[in-house]
Ligand binder design. Sequence first.
Ligand code: PLP
Ligand code: SF4
Length: 347
Amino acid sequence: MIETLNNPFMLNSLNETAHFNKNWQQQLAEAFSSIDDLCKYLHLEIKDLPVSLAAASNFPLRVPLSFAASIKKGDINDPLLRQILPINDELQLYPGFSSDPVGDLPSAIQTGVLHKYHGRTLLINTGSCAINCRYCFRRNFPYGELQLNKHSENASIEYIAKQPEITEVILSGGDPLTLSDTRLNTLIQKLSTINHLKRIRIHSRLPIVLPARITQELINTLHDCGKQIVLIVHCNHANEINTRVKTALIQLKSEGFTLFNQAVLLKGVNDNAEVLCKLSEELFELGVIPYYLHLLDKASGTGHFEVPEATGIALIKALQIRLPGYLVPKLVKEQAGEKSKQLININ
Ligand SMILES: *Cc1c(COP(=O)(O)O)cnc(C)c1O
Ligand code: SF4
C-alpha cells in the first residue's frame, strides 16, 4: 500500500493550486484520509452526517483532493460525497451480499491471475487505489495473498505466454495506474514480448480521480509497447469531470488510445436518466465511449447502493429515447461462475 499522510493543511485556493502543481505521487500522498479534515474542507459538520468510524476502520476513507474539489461544499447529498464517505449503512447486513460476490477466488489460476473469460486474462498487479469507493466489489478482497509481486509477476507472464488463445491482458487491481512508471514499464515491456497478445487493456479510475497520473512518461510507456492499448476509465457522474480530468482525457485521446467508460449504477449517485444522459454526453465530448453500466456487485457493506434490475432497465430505455445508440451503455451484471458478464435484456 502507498502510505497516505494525514492531510496536513487546511486548504485555501492558494495551496490548492500548489497541490495541483505537485506530481501525482505527492498528490496521492496528500489525499484525504481523515474524515475530520475532509468535512472541514467541505464545510460539513460531522454531526449532521451518518458517518461511521467502524465502517472507516473496515475500509478507510481515501480521496484525492482533485476529486474532493468537485464535491459541492456544504451538500450532504452530493453524489460524489456519497461514493467516498464511510457511513452507518455499510454495517447493515443485506441478504445475498458477501465477501466474494463475483467468484474471483475460484477463478484465480495462480497468484494475481484471474482467467475466467475466453481470450482475456486479468492480472491483479496491485491492491492499491487512489480512492476508496464505498461500493467497491473488491473492498473485501484478500489482496495480500492474491496480488502480484515481482516474483509471481514473472510466473503470470509465463502463464500467458504458454496460452496462444489469450489475445488480451487486462491490468486491473486495485488500480494498475498506482504502480510506478518503472514497474508499469517493466510489466508492459514483458507483455509486449508475447506475440499472440494483441491488446493490453487497462482498467483505471485514476484519469478521473487523480488526472495528474497521466504523465508523458506513462504515455511513452503505452506507446512503446507495440500492442493496442485500450483504456477503460471509471466515472459514475458528470460532476467528476473537472478541468483537470478534461485535460487528461483529451491528451489520452489525442495520443490515439481507445477510451471507454464503465460506470456502476448506484442509488443516490446516478440512478436517474438525466444524470446518466449527461454522463454519456460529457464523456463523449472528450472522446470516451460509454461501455458498461454495471449493476452493483453484491459485496458486503454495499447494500445501500443497490438499484433494482427493473429500475436499471427502465433507465436504459429512457436513455435509448434520448441519446444516439452509441451513447447508451450496455447494462450488465457479473454472475459468479458464468463465462462472460451477463448482458441484461432491455425489451
Ligand atoms: C469483466 C471481466 C473481464 C472482461 O470482460 P469484458 O466483457 O470483456 O469487459 C475479464 N476478466 C474478468 C475476470 C472480468 O471480471
Ligand atoms: S478504484 Fe475501483 S478497485 Fe479501487 S476502490 Fe474504487 S471501485 Fe474499488
